[in-house]
Design a protein. Structure first.
Length: 300
């Protein structure tokens, strides 16, 4: 008994609702499809389908097995596609959206290295901190930072993203170093416009709404806010992929280290798991381990 053939036959019967339609789809005889399903049930010692002269229905065990079976068949297809494409050079235009600051700091070397390995792939990179619609804007994928909500898209985590609270040594020398979040009320806060900062201290049972931030600057770009902080403009909360270098050079210093916000994630998001174009699959595989564990920007 070939388990893969029996799983394919069973899945097709469930999807098509009959043995004859499943047989047409698989280009097999209805008798052979029925034999495969019977062999699978005998092997599992469980009835998966209820058969009558008019219809085929799935048992509770059959529903559970079908869900697992589908994932196994998808994984096998992905593996076969990946192996088959080892001998095919990916090509075409790869359209990617990425956050502005992350793209500016950490994608140039990656893209050059990717091009050296896959010279026939042309990358069209669009930098934006807004949440783009992959389908509507004709993108192959997007890099996103945050805690992603459930959706129909596939999201693969690439790296953790640490957030630190920081300011320039000169600013802190003049205004003092806050010891608790409540003391931030006495400081200038450099606010990122795409973040509400509503849950930054939630793990310490401190509501951000209880802290009356004094904010004179708001911007939609993290690099600008970090530069404002370096110039003594105030305190900001930014990821280490932006702040790592100025921290290492002493132009910024972290504060409230005991209250560091929860880390987020860098994800690659794409629309479908099945039938991925080789250019998309190759980029996902390429970026998955590129930044290291922990990512190199945390080694400041």
């Amino acid at each position: 008994m070939d388990k893969i053939d029996t799983m394919r036959a069973f899945s097709s019967v469930v999807q098509e609702g009959s043995f004859s339609k499943a047989a047409d789809k698989l280009k097999l005889s209805p008798q052979l499809v029925s034999k495969y399903v019977s062999q699978l049930e005998a092997h599992l010692q469980t009835r998966l389908l209820n058969r009558t002269t008019r219809r085929v229905s799935t048992t509770e065990a059959g529903i559970s097995y079908f869900e697992r079976c589908q994932q196994v068949l998808i994984d096998i297809e992905d593996m076969e596609n990946s192996l088959g494409k080892l001998h095919q050079q990916p090509s075409g235009v790869l359209r990617i959206s990425a956050p502005t600051s992350f793209g500016m700091h950490h994608l140039p070397k990656l893209l050059v290295d990717f091009h050296r390995q896959y010279p026939l792939v042309e990358v069209d990179l669009q930098l934006s901190d807004r949440k783009v619609d992959i389908i509507e804007e004709g993108l192959d994928m997007a890099l996103r930072i945050g805690e992603l909500k459930s959706s129909s898209f596939v999201a693969k985590k690439i790296a953790p993203i640490r957030l630190v609270i920081c300011a320039s040594p000169d600013y802190l020398a003049i205004n003092g170093i806050p010891k608790t979040p409540s003391e931030l009320v006495n400081h200038d806060f450099l606010r990122y416009s795409f973040s509400e900062n509503s849950n930054i201290f939630s793990k310490f049972n401190i509501k951000a709404s209880d802290i009356k931030f004094r904010s004179h600057f708001c911007a939609d770009n993290g690099d600008l806010l970090v530069n404002l902080a370096i110039e003594g403009g105030g305190i900001t909360i930014q990821p280490t992929f932006i702040t790592g270098k100025p921290l290492a050079e002493g132009n910024l210093q972290t504060i409230l280290d005991d209250y560091e916000p929860d880390s987020m994630g860098l994800y690659v998001v794409y629309a479908h798991r099945r039938h991925l174009a080789s250019k998309v699959r190759c980029f996902i595989d390429f970026i998955e381990h590129y930044f290291g564990t922990p990512p190199y920007w945390d080694n400041y």
